[in-house]
Design a protein around this ligand. Structure first.
Ligand code: HEC
Length: 279
């Protein structure tokens, strides 16, 4: 008898313990005892929110968001730039020293990176709008920039688009290649004529089987990679694209030379005021 009572009590204690782990309800804290003591109730940018993970559930009480959605890291508000990050338009190489905090002994760097806002959504309409509106590369052509962009291009783009940009990267040229689509030939006439925005858009969102690179390349790196692609185009056409001279186009500005090329010309200004490059 004693044994039976002990067993029943034991089972009851276990059942009670398990009930403590039940999902959150109106008056129940659910999995954690007093989670608001451990976790801030306030929004924490870019963090998983254990508080919401434990407190909200779309299926239970008709909330508009699911638990999973509410516990995503919260991004920045659209159109805002976090402190210490800038998205500016450079006209010459010396401005880069300023941005990197090298222009004065007590200067503070304001790194330009992927946080520059990008106001286009991933649709064909916006791809075209972006190409039309994002005309200028905000960075001048510098040797330093091209040198920095080469390894980035080779790692992130060259595997498909080829070291020369001709679309013959290892992924499609290895014997028995399985890659399902032909990477775009970036040194073809159509891509030489294509606007900077088309490239920038492709780097942000990718296209079909090409994935986006917005999380791999910073704001400045995207533009430097674009310079590097332009230099590959110039090489293919026996033109010059360097910090001394640009005979490929009259859009991108060499840091120490002059643009003289007829190759690509800036499209007519769009009717509506265009966002500044880099936005
Ligand atoms: C895994 C292979 C792969 C990688 C890596 C890759 N691409 Fe692509 N890319 C493609 C393919 C495939 C297409 C053709 C997509 C289509 O038209 O369906 C393409 C298309 C493009 C286009 C043309 C988009 C348009 O508007 O038609 C551009 C520009 C481009 N890529 C640039 C880049 C850059 C810059 C990088 C590196 C940051 C890169 N790609 C990395 C496979 C790749």
């Amino acid at each position: 008898m004693k044994y039976a009572i002990g067993a029943i009590l034991g089972v009851a204690v276990f059942a009670w313990l398990f009930s403590l782990c039940s999902p959150a309800g109106k008056n129940k804290t659910g999995h954690e005892y007093m989670p608001d003591m451990y976790h801030p109730v306030s929004y924490e940018a870019n963090q998983y929110s254990a508080y919401h993970w434990n407190h909200w559930d779309g299926s239970d009480d008709g909330q508009a968001y699911s638990k999973a959605q509410l516990s995503q890291p919260r991004g920045k508000v659209n159109g805002t730039i976090p402190r210490g990050y800038t998205a500016v338009y450079y006209t010459d190489a010396s401005a880069l020293d300023m941005v990197r905090g090298k222009n004065a002994s007590n200067a503070i760097a304001a790194p330009v990176n992927g946080e520059a806002p990008f106001y286009y959504v991933n649709t064909e309409d916006d791809r075209l709008r972006c190409e039309k509106e994002m005309v200028n590369n905000p960075f001048p052509i510098t040797k330093e920039g091209l040198d920095r962009a080469k390894p980035l291009y080779d790692v992130y783009c060259g595997v498909c688009h080829g070291a020369k940009g001709d679309g013959q990267g290892v992924l499609v040229t290895v014997p028995d290649a399985k890659y399902p689509a032909a990477p775009k030939n970036l040194i073809g006439d159509d891509m030489i004529a294509a606007g900077n925005g088309r490239y920038y858009f492709a780097m942000m969102y990718g296209k079909n089987v090409m994935g986006g690179y917005s999380d791999k390349l910073s704001f400045e790196e995207r533009w430097q990679v674009l310079h590097y692609i332009r230099s590959l185009q110039a090489k293919a056409k026996n033109l010059e694209y360097s910090e001394k001279s640009n005979t490929l186009s009259n859009i991108e500005k060499p840091a120490k030379g002059a643009a003289s090329g007829p190759g690509r010309t800036a499209p007519a200004a769009p009717a509506a005021p265009a966002p500044a490059p880099g936005k």
